[in-house]
Write a protein that binds this ligand. Structure first.
Ligand SMILES: *Cc1c(COP(=O)(O)O)cnc(C)c1O
Length: 355
C-alpha cells in the first residue's frame, strides 16, 4: 500500500447539475494511470488530473483492438459515506479478460488501492440525488507503436470516473426488445466472456437498427445454432417461467455479470427456484403464448434491473407482465439497490466502504 503517486489538479472543474447527469457525459477531476513495459512490468501507479492521452498513430489498440474494460459504481450512502459494490469481482473479471486478450494481469491489491484512492480524492463528485452514482471505468489498452500483429509489449491501465444518473431516465419502464437473427455477438471460443471493446463493436449494427425501429435493445442468440438465448444488449437476461427464474448458463460466449450473480444469490436466499440452463427462443415464445412466462428482465451495473415489456421475434410479438414491471423484478431492484446505496444491512458482505 501507499505506492500511488499523486498529482492533484490546480483547476478543479465545476460540478454538473445532479438532476441532469445523463450517463457518462461528465468526468471528474482526476484519473488513475499505470504503465506496463516489457521487462519492467506494471509500474508508476499515479493519480493525475483528468486529461487526454498522447498516443502514437501506430499504437496497437487502434489497429487490433487489444483492450479490456470494466464497469462499476461508487454509491452515496444516506449517512454521507461512500461505498463500492463487490469491487473484487470486477478486479478479478478484468484479469480474466486480460488473460483472454494476452494483456498482462494487474495486481489485485494495487487495483483495489487505486479504486479506493481515486474515489476518495474525487469524493465530492459522488452525487447525492436519488438513483445517482459515480460510474467507474477501469480500462487497459495496447500502446506499442507497431502495425505487426502480435501482443503489445506496452500498455496503459487507466481508471476514469463520472457522476451518472439513472441509466434509463424514464425509470424502471419496461423496454421493447427484438430477437436478433442476422448478427451474433460472440461464439464459444471467441471473446464473449471477456469485457472487451471488440464485443461491443460487433453489436453496434444490430443495436442501431433496433433503435431505428423503436426498440431499445436486441436479444442475442447463440452463434452456432441460432436458437439459444444469450444476453440482451449489454445485460444478462433472466426469465420467470412457471415460478422458476431461468437464465442462460455461462458457456464462454456470455459475459459473467456481477449483477446476474447477485440476482441469483438473492433469489436463492429468498427461496425462489433458479436454474442456469440453456433456453431456446422457441421455448421462450411457447411459454409466453401459454401465459407461463411471467416476467423477463435484463441485469447489469448501469441499469441494475431492466424489465422487458415487449419482445418480438420475426412475426411473433409478446407483451410481458402486461407491459409493466413484474413484481419479482421490482422486488429484486428494490433490494439490490437498497444494498448498493446502503439503505439496508448488507447480509452478504458485498459492500466496501471508501469513506
Ligand atoms: C458488463 C456487461 C454485462 C453486465 O455485467 P455486470 O457485472 O452485471 O455489470 C452483461 N453483458 C455484457 C456484454 C457486459 O459487457
Amino acid at each position: 500500500m501507499g505506492k500511488i503517486r499523486f498529482i492533484k489538479t490546480e483547476s478543479p472543474k465545476a460540478k454538473p447539475d445532479q438532476k441532469n447527469l445523463g450517463f457518462g457525459r461528465y468526468f471528474t477531476d482526476h484519473m488513475f494511470l499505470m504503465n506496463y513495459d516489457e521487462g519492467q512490468g506494471w509500474h508508476d501507479p499515479r493519480i493525475v488530473p483528468y486529461g487526454p492521452f498522447e498516443l502514437e498513430p501506430s499504437a496497437m489498440v487502434l489497429h487490433y483492438a487489444q483492450e479490456v474494460f470494466e464497469g462499476m459504481k461508487a454509491y452515496r450512502r444516506a449517512d454521507g459515506g461512500i461505498q463500492l459494490f463487490r469491487p473484487l469481482e470486477n478486479i478479478r473479471r478484468m484479469n480474466v479478460s486480460c488473460e483472454r486478450l494476452c494483456i498482462p494481469q494487474i495486481d489485485e491489491e494495487i487495483f483495489m488501492e487505486a479504486l479506493l484512492e481515486l474515489v476518495k480524492l474525487d469524493q465530492d463528485w459522488v452525487p447525492t440525488e436519488p438513483d445517482t452514482s459515480l460510474y467507474i471505468r477501469p480500462f487497459v489498452f495496447a500502446t506499442e507503436p507497431q502495425v505487426g500483429v502480435h501482443a503489445s509489449r506496452s500498455y496503459i491501465f487507466c481508471i476514469i470516473t463520472c457522476p451518472v444518473g439513472a441509466y434509463y431516465p424514464e425509470g424502471l419502464n419496461p423496454v421493447k426488445i427484438y430477437v436478433e437473427s442476422r448478427d451474433v455477438r460472440a461464439v464459444r471460443g471467441g471473446m464473449g466472456y471477456a469485457k472487451t471493446g471488440g464485443n461491443y463493436a460487433a453489436t453496434l449494427r444490430a443495436g442501431e437498427a433496433a433503435i431505428a425501429e423503436g426498440f431499445s435493445q436486441v436479444l442475442w442468440l447463440d452463434g452456432i445454432h441460432r436458437k439459444y438465448i444469450e444476453e440482451v444488449g449489454s445485460m444478462n437476461v433472466l426469465f420467470k417461467i412457471d415460478g422458476e427464474v431461468v437464465t442462460p448458463p455461462l458457456g464462454g460466449s456470455i459475459l459473467p455479470g456481477i449483477t446476474r450473480s447477485s440476482c441469483l444469490h438473492i433469489l436463492k436466499h429468498w427461496g425462489i427456484p433458479v436454474s442456469e440452463r440453456p433456453i431456446t427462443v422457441d421455448e421462450l415464445f411457447e411459454a409466453a403464448e401459454q401465459g407461463r412466462l411471467e416476467e423477463a428482465f435484463g441485469s447489469g451495473t448501469a441499469a441494475v434491473i431492466s424489465p422487458i415489456g415487449k419482445i418480438v421475434y420475426g412475426d411473433k410479438s409478446e407483451i410481458l407482465s402486461g407491459g409493466k414491471i413484474g413484481p419479482l423484478a421490482a422486488k429484486l431492484y428494490d433490494y439490490l439497490t437498497a444494498i448498493q446505496w446502503g439503505r439496508v444491512e448488507d447480509p452478504f458482505g458485498w459492500t466496501v466502504r471508501v469513506v
